[in-house]
Design a protein around this ligand. Structure first.
Ligand code: PNS
Length: 173
């Protein structure tokens, strides 16, 4: 039997309980799982720098022997070949995710037929959860309990407070 190495790509800005649920499921299924952090492509300003996201993901996956965390830039399929990975893991929360995920999976397969995309569903209780929503709630001072691990919640709060202090400093000048 050949070893199946899977890449779980995402922006993880920040890592949520939904991501961690999927990482645990993926770690059971694959021989090795590489959580690969990519720069955010949307217009929303990133909350955390890539190394900060890596540090949090490493802390959250420290107990999983076959899981490692990395940062990548450029095409995902190129990164997969570089890492000798044969699969990409993506989470599907609701039907609304499917259209975009299907497009990405098919385009990745067209570019690199050696890499298959595998979809898994996180627990239903995380079906409404996303990093973008976590960032928005945090910026508006809402509760994050149950959405992200406690350590991440603390880091998010610090980051938002830091940003707000810097922004008010600029306004005062
Ligand atoms: O967490 P996200 O934002 O849903 O992750 C999106 C991600 C990082 C998986 C996607 O943007 C990606 O694959 N980026 C790498 C660049 C690339 O290969 N683009 C072509 C995709 S068909």
């Amino acid at each position: 039997m050949k070893d199946i190495v899977a890449i779980y790509p995402g922006s993880f800005d920040p890592v949520t309980n939904g991501h961690l649920d999927l990482i645990h499921r993926g770690a059971k299924l694959f021989d090795r799982l590489i959580v690969a952090i990519a720069p955010n492509l949307d217009k929303d300003q990133p909350l955390f720098e890539l190394p900060e996201r890596k540090e949090m993901l490493e802390a959250m996956t420290a107990g999983l022997d076959n899981v490692s965390v990395d940062i990548f830039e450029g095409l995902l399929v190129r990164y997969c070949i570089q890492k000798n990975a044969n699969a990409v893991l993506r989470g599907i929360r609701a039907v609304s995710d499917y259209e975009f995920e299907l497009q990405m999976a098919l385009m990745n397969r067209k570019m690199e037929p050696r890499v298959e995309t595998v979809f898994m569903m996180p627990a239903e209780k995380y079906s409404y959860l996303s990093s973008r929503i976590v960032r928005e709630i945090a910026r508006l001072g809402g509760p994050l309990t149950g959405l992200v691990p406690e350590m991440v919640e603390e880091r998010v709060r610090q980051k938002v407070a830091q940003r707000q202090t810097t922004a008010s400093g600029i306004h005062l000048q």
